[in-house]
Design a protein around this ligand. Sequence first.
Ligand SMILES: [Zn+2]
Length: 88
Amino acid sequence: MQRFSCPFCGLRDEREFHFAGEAGKTRPDTTQDVSDKEWANYLFFCKNTKGPTREIWVHTTCQEYFIMERDSVTMEVLGTTAMRKDTA
Ligand SMILES: [Zn+2]
């Protein structure tokens, strides 16, 4: 069992967290034509990086989304950062 650090609540059991997506993905500009392939790539595919990676996670207890940097090989958490700017 791992413990993750929520930027708002501190260390908590991993069961309180959910993966929410790959950090840094750019949503296609829907004011322009977007092909089905582009849209599917955005929705369903990620880089699946081996090694250090940046991901979006949500702490289900406080409902805050944050960036988690972790190593996908060793599962070591390298750091967490709040996504919103108005954090204490
Ligand atoms: Zn939290």
